[in-house]
Design a binder for this molecule. Structure first.
Ligand code: SF4
Length: 64
């Protein structure tokens, strides 16, 4: 299981507010590009899924 950010839902026009919300610093973003979730750091707490205003984060069955 891994968390994925849907590029069709994420508007990619602002600093991702979830970077601050993630308790383990697993979310990174270059500029306003699509944020990345590091699967090695993510503990799948679900906070980012709850806080994303566009519901752009979802759980996928496999990595990649
Ligand atoms: S599920 Fe939790 S640990 Fe994983 S990226 Fe989202 S906020 Fe961070």
């Amino acid at each position: 299981m891994a968390l994925t950010i849907d590029p069709g839902l994420c508007p990619q026009n602002h600093r991702c507010p979830l970077i601050q919300i993630c308790p383990v610093g697993a979310i990174s973003q270059e500029g306003f590009s699509l944020p990345k979730i590091d699967p090695g750091l993510c503990i799948e707490c679900g906070k980012c899924m709850k806080h994303c205003g566009r519901q752009a984060i979802y759980k996928s069955e496999r990595d990649g």
